[in-house]
Design a protein around this ligand. Structure first.
Ligand SMILES: Cc1ncc(COP(=O)(O)O)c(C=O)c1O
Length: 386
């Protein structure tokens, strides 16, 4: 190679300053978090009718979440996974539609309790196809922060909304968010279930806290046992502080992604993923399609990573879940074409798009992609092995 420019081959990188994690703390709220710590009342949940819905912070959180998202019932829970489990546990189900492109809980929990139908994904929004399988329950995922763009046919739809905090286009029977680290809003670990159905809400609330003690107070004939999947007052306070900034933080993500989209779409073989309508995406991360034929995606992305210090640039998201060992007894031959293509060859994700990152950081990312594209011949097979 006459003269190397790409950092992966020993040239100067575009940037030496590391990318950082999103900043979630809202300084204004710190005194109220400290007050809760000093009060010693770290959880307001008790096993009786009056206190089974939690303490003052949890109740305020439920009210504010309900106002923000326009939903009737809000049930805080200790993770999205346990929230999905709580919803599934109160339903009649024989057959469940699942997607292979998600965190494993979206498929493994249904798999534990029922027969599942694996559905391929749609290549614009990466959400589960609706295949009229006759399933009682569907568990679609609003992936990467894009809300679901169609209604599913199953009797009950549980939306895994771990990555999405947009307003919904279509209502689902249950929506389950994640508050784990790295999500739009986090309190370390946690989740939020929402529904507009009073009866379903009551049943799930009982699973979250002491069903065995409170169900009969509400005239329910349940003989279940509550799993006590509760969130603390301190966590609720942290979540409230970020909920008040959510609109602003989504805007920052949208502006950053818009800058990336404008720059990266100029590069041959790179295309931003579609958005259903302006302003609807909450961008947990920024998805792109890679369709160049001269260099494989993973080689191109490795060269971009070398230009940027510590950037989170993911190739393919996650291995289709039916390939995981826990499913392979029944599913080892299954290969769904779109999800396989996205995983192996086409999709990539940029994750450093949240506050405190700015348009300048996005320009650095875009410059790196451009530099690699301009010097792509350095990655050609014959040049690497010269
Ligand atoms: C799509 C999806 N579903 C579910 C989860 C699980 O969330 P939690 O860790 O709160 O259980 C995640 C977490 O990353 C996720 O991205």
């Amino acid at each position: 190679m006459a003269q190397t420019k790409l950092a992966i081959n020993g040239g100067q990188p575009v940037r030496n300053v590391p990318f950082v994690r999103q900043i979630c703390i809202n300084e204004q709220y710190l005194p109220s978090v400290l007050d809760i710590l000093r009060s010693g009342k770290w959880s307001g949940y008790r096993a009786n009718k009056d206190q089974y819905l939690g303490g003052p912070e949890i109740k305020k959180l439920c009210h504010e979440w309900s106002e923000h998202f326009g939903v009737e019932y809000v049930i805080p829970v200790n993770s999205c996974t346990s929230g999905l489990m709580a919803c599934l546990s109160v339903l009649e189900k024989n057959l469940i539609d699942v997607t292979p492109y998600s965190m494993s809980c979206s498929a493994s929990l249904p798999y534990l309790v029922s027969d599942v139908v694996w559905n391929d994904i749609d290549e614009d929004y990466f959400q589960m196809d609706d295949n009229d399988s006759g399933a009682d329950v569907a568990v679609p995922v609003s992936l990467f922060g894009h809300p679901l763009t169609w209604k599913y046919n199953a009797d009950i739809v549980i939306e895994d909304s771990a990555q999405c905090v947009s307003k919904q286009i279509y209502k689902t029977d249950f929506r389950v968010h994640s508050l784990t680290e790295g999500k739009h809003i986090t309190c370390g670990e946690g989740g939020v279930i929402t529904t507009d159905n009073k009866e379903l809400a009551r049943m799930v609330q009982n699973v979250i806290n002491h069903e065995e003690s409170v169900a009969h107070d509400f005239g329910l004939t349940s003989s279940g046992i509550g799993l006590n999947l509760r969130l603390t007052e301190i966590q609720a306070s942290l979540v409230r502080s970020q909920l008040s900034l959510l609109g602003k933080n989504i805007e920052i993500r949208q502006q950053n992604v818009s800058c990336l989209n404008d720059r990266l779409r100029q590069i041959p073989g790179i295309r931003p993923a579609k958005t259903y309508s302006e302003g609807i995406h909450s961008y947990y991360c920024a998805p792109f399609h890679y369709t160049r034929s001269d260099v494989p995606r993973d080689a191109f992305l490795a060269a971009v990573r070398a230009e940027l210090h510590n950037v989170r640039l993911n190739a393919g998201y996650i291995k289709p879940l039916y390939r995981f060992p826990c499913f392979s007894d029944k599913q080892n031959k299954l290969r769904l074409p779109i999800v396989e293509r996205m995983w192996k060859d086409e999709l990539f994700l940029l994750l450093d798009i949240a506050h405190p990152h700015t348009l300048e950081d996005m320009e650095d990312i875009a410059n790196s992609f451009e530099k690699v594209a301009d010097n792509v011949r350095e990655l050609y097979w014959e040049n690497i092995y010269k």
